[in-house]
Design a protein around this ligand. Structure first.
Ligand code: ATP
Length: 270
């Protein structure tokens, strides 16, 4: 059984009279222990997918399973419990993950309240993100980069089954970014934590086991073990990757040629 299964997820935001389709028919499965980089241009729908996986949003259509549990069937109380015990989340703005007047150590302890205190793990996590000596400092007094590292420690405090991180290295230098990636990989190897990380950082995506690229609200491409693939979506839709747009620009006509093991697309002269 997959840890995450998205089946035809659609997310529509409604603002006044305008409807915006942020995700359309997203099908995706993620196995336990995978570390997935979620890539794609700005506005593609990456954060939206993360919020849906976290149970912070309910999809407009489609179904979403976490470890066999259909999130759509949980009432709010059960969903809150599942989030507190099974999911670790790092939001895009570092300060929003933390309680500013509590110390770094207290923030980690607060995150452990639902599953039980583990002081040794808390200290170890702070050390691994390079904040071993900063446990007593109020989170609100920390720099953006320190807050980002603390947010990752907080998100991993409970050994979550699923870590969801939205650009967790955006404010970090290379060394701190590497620490965070190593911690995520360690959590996957040691605790079986599955990670989905939205990132624009090529070093982060290279370090994780799989990439999934969202474009225009759809899963357009994937790569595994360094090999790139396009994903054939519902109704056979395939997104031509931007690096081939000079050969097949959007809106151009193409001929389909059948091959033994697939098809080729050739530009037709209009
Ligand atoms: N709360 C909201 N209300 C209305 N529209 C929204 C809301 N949140 C996101 N959107 C829109 O949905 C689309 C997808 O947004 P999303 O933040 O998921 O993209 P993203 O891939 O994470 O982008 P970025 O890399 O810039 O963070 C965008 O067009 C965005 O403007």
């Amino acid at each position: 059984m997959s840890l995450v299964r998205c089946d035809g997820i659609v997310q529509i935001y409604k603002a006044r009279d305008v409807e915006l389709v942020a995700l359309r028919d997203v099908d995706l499965t993620i196995e336990a222990g995978e570390t997935v980089a979620l890539l794609g241009p700005s506005g593609a729908g990456k954060s939206t997918l993360l919020w849906l996986l976290a149970g912070l949003l309910r999809p407009s259509a489609g179904r979403l399973w976490l470890d066999g549990t259909d999130l759509g069937r949980l009432d709010q109380r059960r969903l809150d419990r599942l989030r507190a015990t099974r999911i670790g989340m790092v939001l895009q703005q570092p300060a929003r993950n933390l309680i500013g007047y509590l110390s770094a150590a207290q923030n980690v302890a607060f995150a452990q309240r639902a599953a039980g205190r583990d002081r040794r793990r808390a200290a170890e996590l702070l050390r691994r993100v390079g904040l071993g000596d900063a446990g007593g400092r109020p989170a609100g007094s920390m720099s953006g980069g320190e807050q980002q590292r603390l947010a990752v420690a907080v998100a991993l405090a409970n050994k979550p089954g699923l870590l969801l991180a939205d650009e967790p290295t955006s404010q970090l230098d290379e060394e701190s970014g590497t620490r965070v990636v190593e911690l995520i990989k360690r959590a996957a190897a040691a605790d079986g934590t599955t990670a989905v990380v939205v990132t624009h950082d090529a070093a982060v995506s290279r370090a994780l086991s799989r990439t999934v690229t969202i474009r225009d609200g759809r899963v357009g491409a994937e790569s595994r073990r360094g090999e790139d693939f396009v994903v054939v979506g519902r109704e056979g839709a395939v997104q031509v990757p931007p690096e081939y747009h000079h050969l097949l620009p959007p809106g151009s006509m193409a001929r389909i040629e059948e091959l033994e093991d697939g098809i080729a697309l050739r530009r037709a002269e209009a």
